[in-house]
Design a protein around this ligand. Structure first.
Ligand code: HH2
Length: 288
């Protein structure tokens, strides 16, 4: 299974990619303000790469429940120095987490290779831009907008409904000239989902994997973990790793996380277990 992101090609058949989160925001739900200054964001990004991040996801707009959009110029003011510092220097592939085609255009010109669009091509300019630049694209499922998405979301069957909606968005991307090999699909954990929906989506991820494109998932520190464990956002690492391992076992190929070093270890074991189930692969070392 290949994922093409401009000049980068990832073979996701056996190896899961780890995407480190860099929130250049004052208000993100778990680390708002910590990496808002460009130097802090750059140092954090470099640390995540040293810990083993394959990808870095740079975001200048929080999409936490209740958040409001950040104007394009402000997003770009936050992103520009961080992209300038990383492009050409880092071995990691750079993703920009934005729903704005104007911001994505500037980020791609500055060296980003992936557009992570939580609105799945909501901006009418986004599909043409991604097609023209040959960028990688993440199509994420969200019901509603960040301002209202957590107001009593309802599904008959969340796994099937999310997969059906993303199949439609994949078709829209195709119609705009974006090759399937450029697209990854994300169920959008916590984006218009009650706790039971997020649990079901991780537990039944095969429904989405069956669409034939790599599945990206972001469970890191999310509220469903907090609610299962009754723990605040700063104490959700182990819960996040457990959910990540299950997601990878169930077919996730790209994992978005705040905690790269720990996630890389959990992912390596989960993908070895998936390989053992699917192909009878053996873990290389025979030692106990
Ligand atoms: N989650 C967040 C933001 N962007 N993108 C994708 N594709 N999938 C996700 O699950 C996802 C995402 C929320 O996490 P974070 O960036 O830490 O928080 P905030 O939006 O408050 O900055």
């Amino acid at each position: 299974m290949l994922w093409r992101c401009r000049d980068r090609v990832f073979d996701l058949t056996g190896r899961t990619l780890v995407m480190g989160i860099v929130n250049i925001t004052p208000d993100s739900f778990s680390d708002g303000g910590r990496f808002f200054a460009p130097e802090a964001a750059l140092a954090h990004a470099r640390r995540l790469v040293a810990e083993g991040a394959d990808l870095l996801d740079l975001g200048a707009e929080s999409t936490r429940p209740g958040s409001q959009p950040v104007p394009d110029d402000e997003q770009w003011r936050r992103l520009a120095p961080v992209l300038a510092g990383l492009a050409g220097e880092t071995p990691a592939c750079l993703s920009v987490d934005t729903a704005s085609a104007a911001v994505a255009e500037r980020a791609l010109a500055a060296g980003a290779q992936i557009v992570n669009d939580v609105t799945a091509l909501g901006d009418p300019g986004m599909a043409g831009l991604v097609a023209g630049r040959g960028a990688g694209l993440v199509l994420m499922h969200m019901r509603g907008t960040p301002a209202d998405m957590q107001h009593d979301p309802r599904y008959q069957d969340a796994a099937s409904e999310v997969a059906a909606r993303l199949a439609e968005r994949l078709e829209a991307a195709r119609a705009a000239g974006i090759a399937d090999e450029r697209v990854a699909l994300d169920p959008g954990i916590g984006f218009g989902k009650a706790v039971r929906h997020s649990l079901e989506l991780v537990a039944r991820l095969e429904a989405l994997a069956a669409l034939g494109r790599p599945v990206l998932i972001g469970v890191s520190r999310k509220s469903f973990i907090g609610q299962v464990l009754d723990l605040p956002v700063g104490e959700r690492l182990e819960g996040s790793l457990a959910a990540t391992a299950v997601a990878v076992f169930n077919g996730a190929r790209i994992v978005r996380t705040h905690a790269v070093a720990a996630t890389v270890r959990a992912v390596r074991v989960a993908e070895a277990l998936r390989g053992a189930r699917d192909h009878g692969d053996r873990v290389k070392s025979p030692s106990p």
